[in-house]
Write a protein that binds this ligand. Structure first.
Ligand SMILES: [Zn+2]
Length: 282
């Protein structure tokens, strides 16, 4: 009953994360967002031994083009993929030509297969908001949220007892303010309906870590223009050095390793017993 995930790519040019859920000897493959082209997705799935036709479901955070690439519409129909869309995003999905027959609308918790539960949360982002999730399988919990304007109490109250968290860490405020971007765009990003800064993301993770047993922390959606992974790592190194070893940076162009959603104690044990195992897996 294992549960793992791999951020195939994350950033303003496309976001997609693979979930691998094993139950009763069979593996299920899902995507959270499909913002990379099907071809790029297939290329990044290949080293994991997964092909596009094995994807059964896609769960969407929202319908911005960097989370839903229009080229997927045909693939979804061809492969019979079910796309889970927040009820608030239904019209946006129909506008993108997503066929209603392939859509499963949610506004509350839903289950997949026999033993996977998905608890959605709607967070502030532009007009329609964005959906974040806690995905639970065999008592292992992944928290996932990207493109949110601020960290609401709703998240802090619910993102507890997690074993992994993937959370947007979009920009460094000084780099944002100093960039050549037009003022309206800076206001949109920083104004509470756009994206999370490194500091906001870090503080949320710090809070979550205090109430969880995190094996993995993955900052998502780093801005290429207004962020630098070294700044994010620096925050953890300075203020939560004991969590630095759990940090895996996502990247626009390179997938993360396949990360096991498991208790931190389990991770340490596996590494100690079989130090070569992780390297061999990837
Ligand atoms: Zn985005």
């Amino acid at each position: 009953m294992s549960f793992s995930f791999c951020v195939l790519g994350s950033g303003s040019k496309g976001n997609s994360t693979l979930l691998v859920l094993e139950e009763a000897g069979a593996e299920h493959y899902l995507l959270i967002d499909c913002g990379l082209s099907p071809r790029a997705t297939a290329r990044r799935l290949a080293p994991l031994g997964v092909s596009l036709d094995q994807i059964s479901d896609i769960i969407l955070t929202h319908l911005d083009w960097d989370h839903f690439y229009s080229g997927w519409v045909k693939q979804i129909e061809k492969l019979g993929i079910t796309v889970h869309v927040h009820r608030r995003h239904r019209s946006a999905a129909l506008r993108q030509d997503l066929d209603g027959r392939h859509m499963d609308l949610f506004d509350d918790a839903f289950s997949l297969f026999n033993s996977v539960s998905v608890q959605p949360f709607l967070f502030a982002h532009d007009e329609l908001g964005t959906a974040g999730f806690i995905i639970e399988h065999s008592n292992r919990r992944l928290g996932y949220a990207t493109d949110l304007g601020r960290v609401p109490q709703l998240m802090l109250d619910n993102f507890v007892n997690l074993h992994a968290v993937a959370l947007e860490s979009n920009y460094d405020p000084a780099m944002q303010l100093g960039s050549s971007r037009p003022p309206f765009l800076k206001r949109r990003i920083m104004g509470g309906l756009g994206h999370l800064s490194n500091e906001e993301s870090f503080e949320a993770v710090q809070h979550i870590a205090g109430q969880s047993d995190l094996a993995h922390i993955v900052p998502l959606h780093l801005s290429r223009q207004c962020n630098d992974p070294r700044l994010v790592k620096g925050l953890y190194a300075d203020r939560m050095p004991d969590l630095l070893g759990r940090l895996t940076m996502s990247n626009q162009n390179i997938s993360t390793p396949l990360l096991q959603v498991q208790s931190d104690a389990g991770l340490v044990q596996v590494e100690r017993l079989r130090p070569g195992q992780q390297a061999a897996m990837f």
